[in-house]
Ligand binder design. Structure first.
Ligand SMILES: [Zn+2]
Length: 271
């Protein structure tokens, strides 16, 4: 199992694209979220991931930095429609799928009328496990505060990776992810200097509470408390030249396990 990062940024990021990655098993890819724009197509190409080879996609929630790239992905995939193209399996909660179908109706209708939609929608529910690309995905309600959001635990039978969306990890999931091999956590920034970057009038702490995001410190303390083996920090601002180095150093102050701070185009082998 491998993670391929097409983007790692929060909504305000402009250089590292928004949250978007594939989980790869052998030669198959499962696309997780899509970032916010057409850059998804550029980034898939740069990572040598063939768009017509992606037959499974998942949207965690309907925020522009996670779902709008899917429109470009679907449009491009449909354009490449040919006899050998398999139907696309599209996973999400009922609310996410209902909302995204409305967006598709308005923005993709004509394109899709030409060739047929070739999409099978799969409504997922809390606790449901589905085998996708040869891996078990247990889908989870993340108990997000801003909007309904789902994540999952992916397992290859040896290692487990948890993706819990882009809000601070909620108490309801502590026991679910405790002791896990790899945990992906939202980590927007490292500290007070980001107040200027974000042009905040309120305190950084108030901003993080209101937006339900984490600092690297908060995420790392949670990872320590929950005995996580490997921590993956993503969904970040893109303003640091030395972001990877500085985020890692900050995390190491609070967490003893291995820390990954991926940039776009980075890969993480889940071993
Ligand atoms: Zn986000």
């Amino acid at each position: 199992m491998k993670l391929n990062f097409l983007g790692v940024g929060t909504a305000s990021a402009t250089k590292i694209y928004h949250t978007c990655f594939t989980i790869q098993n052998n030669n198959e890819h499962f696309l997780i979220d899509s970032g916010g724009g057409v850059e998804i197509l550029t980034n898939l190409k740069k990572m040598n991931i063939d768009i017509s080879g992606i037959n499974h996609v998942f949207l965690s929630h309907i925020h522009i930095d996670h779902c709008l790239g899917m429109l470009w992905f679907l449009r491009k995939r449909n354009w490449q429609s040919h006899d050998g193209l398999l139907p696309l399996n599209f996973y999400g909660s009922k609310k996410v799928l209902d909302d995204f179908k409305k967006v598709m109706q308005v923005l993709l209708k004509k394109e899709f009328a030409k060739t047929g939609t070739l999409i099978n929608f799969h409504e997922i529910s809390d606790g449901q496990t589905i085998n996708i690309i040869g891996l078990d995905f247990k889908f989870l309600d993340t108990h997000a505060k801003k909007d309904e959001m789902f994540g999952f635990i992916a397992s290859d039978g040896h290692k487990k990776v948890a993706f819990v969306g882009d809000e601070i990890l909620k108490n309801e999931l502590y026991d679910t992810v405790r002791d896990i091999d790899f945990l992906m956590l939202d980590a927007l920034c490292i500290g007070k200097e980001n107040k200027n970057v974000l042009h905040l009038r309120e305190s950084l702490e108030d901003f993080l509470t209101r937006t339900q995001h984490s600092s690297v410190k908060t995420a790392s303390l949670l990872a320590k408390e929950l005995n996580i083996k490997n921590l993956i920090l993503f969904h970040t601002l893109d303003n640091y030249k030395l972001r990877k180095f500085r985020y890692k150093n900050e995390a190491k102050k609070y967490f003893n396990g291995k820390v990954f701070v991926p940039n776009k185009f980075d890969k993480i082998n889940i071993l």
